[in-house]
Write a protein that binds this ligand. Structure first.
Ligand SMILES: Nc1ncnc2c1ncn2[C@@H]1O[C@H](COP(=O)(O)OP(=O)(O)OP(=O)(O)O)[C@@H](O)[C@H]1O
Length: 600
């Protein structure tokens, strides 16, 4: 355990106090009172026994009554404590911290984080861990009160004989040993996080409908199950080793305590037998000793739970530091322009995805004039999507620069630039909410504006789809939510409509906008989006970037960029590129032949 944990627990307690001051104060008061109950019970019992032996019935009855009362209060406080404890864990953990963690992760600017295994390992552990963090904090608070209780009990023993205070050392042994063991378990869980993620991924792949079809056709189910079992085996082997180690530490700690405890009891009995102690002392010592064992067990349990919290605390603190370091906006970020005047320029832009050697874009230089429609074409994996991802500022170029009206994109305020960008991506999202919302989230300030939503639906040629939905725009989507399931092409139309919500973007990206659509819809969509591109260009100087495999769909673009293995090999209008007779003309010719009715 480190001071960072203590600081985090103090911070979480502060959050609890700020959000629910009354309940937090009550929980602390109840825990404090519970810590003293055993001490009162033990003292009262000694008074009762000594009263009987000294022939003082009044003292004996008062002692017995006080012991009974303290016992009853202890039970009552225990009940209240359990209720308050869980109430606060759930309220603060799930309502506040959970949201905070997800907002932190989603708030990171780029996409590169989501491709870093160290980041993903932590996200795997922390996702949904708010409850555990709050539970860990309250368990740490319990451990403090248990320590107070332990100190009180030891003080009582010290009153019988100062020698009994040596028990403190023996009492600490199980706690310290147990923590060593728990550290093994925590490390094993972090070390196996990647294998855990893999087995979960394989399990989901094999059990979800999306992959299910391909798996059945290809007959790869058994192979997937074997790999999932291998990954799971790796996880459990690591956990098993760590747990055996933890059990050995635990056993060593309790053996030490038992030895000290036996010696202590022998001492008390010996003193009473020699007349240097009373029978009440023995009763007190036995009562305390029994509670001492429970109390140590509680402290060990609390310390364990708090350490188990470390399983989530370590990754949580790592993620917090990471988010803080990556969310800092560069000092003096420039505001996004209102309109584009010159356009966007790529200056020898080179980029490779994190963790890969290959260049996805290699020294790309070009100018995208304001108000133009740009088509990006090329074969699979040639870097088309990468180029638009860099334009959306999901990644930073490794070298070279992207300039927006002369200002480096990296220096522009990211939020401002994103607020003025619209995009439909190849791997579009399927937002299983109401249809109007699935479109409206494309422009949050206008989420509930049905006029805007309808205009976006029209832009995406999706009116016939809405007409067929049982509740029109109000239709719930997604069968898992008892809504309507859409086809791949229909989901793509929702993504296109979402991208059409913003009416004044500076950048409008359509990455393979018709990949899931039939030829008729494709034609209609391209016509509509060409018209829309001209409208946006007139309004804001917007640049529309269309990525497409199918060359025939983009012949009307002002500028066509032809990518090949990350390099820009040609650029110009359709007529210019055809006249040149280079790569574009060659690929266009191949596609024209392939798509012609005769195939010739
Ligand atoms: N997230 C990623 N991590 C690592 N490599 C990636 C990632 N995304 C793409 N790549 C690689 O970068 C290269 C360019 O990919 P990109 O998606 O830009 O190509 P594309 O031309 O859009 O392909 P497609 O037509 O198939 O969509 C490819 O070699 C691809 O394997």
């Amino acid at each position: 355990m480190s001071w960072r944990y203590v600081r985090l627990w103090a911070e979480l307690l502060g959050v609890s106090w700020r959000l629910y001051p009354g309940q937090t104060a009550a929980a602390l008061a109840v825990k404090a009172a519970s810590a003293t109950v055993v001490t009162v019970t033990a003292l009262a019992l000694r008074a009762a026994v000594d009263g009987v032996i000294q022939g003082d019935p009044e003292a004996a009855v008062a002692g017995a009554a006080a012991a009974a009362l303290a016992f009853a209060v202890g039970i009552y406080l225990g009940g209240i404590d359990a209720v308050l404890h869980m109430l606060l864990v759930e309220r603060v953990g799930l309502l506040h911290l959970h949201r905070q963690i997800h907002a932190d992760i989603a708030g990171l600017e780029g996409l590169d984080h989501l491709e870093r295994t160290d980041f993903l390992d932590r996200v795997t552990v922390v996702r949904g861990a708010a409850w555990n963090l709050m539970f860990g904090m309250w368990t740490a608070v319990d451990a403090v009160f248990n320590a107070v209780k332990l100190a009180l009990l030891l003080t009582l023993l010290g009153m019988v004989s100062p020698w009994l205070l040596v028990l403190l050392v023996f009492a600490a042994a199980p706690i310290w040993f147990d923590q060593r063991g728990q550290r093994l378990v925590t490390n094993a869980e972090t070390d196996t996080a990647e294998a855990m993620r893999l087995q979960r991924h394989l399990f989901n792949l094999a059990t979800e409908a999306a992959g299910g079809k391909e798996i059945r056709v290809s007959g790869s189910g058994e192979e997937l199950a074997r790999r999932q079992a291998d990954a799971w085996n790796e996880v459990t082997r690591g956990w098993f080793r760590a747990r055996v180690g933890a059990a050995a530490w635990k056993l060593a700690g309790w053996s030490l305590f038992t030895t000290g405890f036996a010696a202590g009891l022998w001492l008390v009995v010996y003193r009473a037998a020699n007349g240097t102690g009373t029978v009440g002392d023995i009763v007190l010592a036995v009562t305390v000793a029994v509670s001492l064992r429970d109390s140590i067990q509680d402290t060990v349990f609390g310390a364990n739970e708090a350490m188990r919290g470390a399983r989530v605390i370590e990754p949580y603190l790592w993620l917090r530091d990471y988010v803080a370091a990556h969310r800092d906006r560069p000092a003096g970020a420039r505001p996004c322009p209102d309109t584009l005047r010159e356009g966007v320029t790529f200056e020898r832009v080179t980029f490779g995805y994190p963790g890969t050697e290959r260049r996805a874009l290699d020294e790309v230089s070009c100018h995208l004039p304001a108000g133009s429609v740009i088509a990006v074409v090329g074969e699979y994996g040639s870097g088309k999507s990468t180029l638009v991802k860099l334009l959306c500022k999901f990644y930073q170029p490794d070298s070279g620069a992207i300039l927006v009206d002369g200002t480096r994109l990296s220096e522009l305020d990211t939020e401002g630039w994103r607020a003025r960008s619209s995009a439909a991506f190849q791997d579009f999202g399927r937002f299983k909410i109401r249809f109007a919302e699935t479109v409206g989230v494309g422009d949050l300030p206008h989420l509930g504006h049905s006029g805007r939503v309808l205009a976006a639906v029209r832009a995406a040629d999706a009116e016939p789809l809405v007409e067929r939905l049982p509740d029109g725009l109000d239709t719930q989507l997604g069968r898992v939510f008892e809504g309507v399931e859409l086809s791949e092409g229909q989901w793509q139309k929702t993504a296109l409509a979402r991208a059409s919500m913003r009416t004044e973007p500076l950048l409008f990206v359509l990455d393979e906008p018709t990949a899931s659509l039939d030829a008729h819809s494709e034609h209609a969509i391209f016509e509509r989006y060409m018209a829309r591109a001209r409208e946006l260009a007139a309004r804001t100087g917007a640049i529309t970037v269309i990525v497409s495999h199918r060359f025939s769909t983009v012949t009307d673009a002002d500028l066509i960029l032809v990518l090949d293995k990350g390099r820009l090999v040609e650029s110009g209008s359709h007529a210019e590129l055809m006249a040149r007779g280079g790569r574009y003309a060659e690929l266009y010719g191949i596609q024209a032949t392939a798509y012609s009715p005769t195939g010739a």
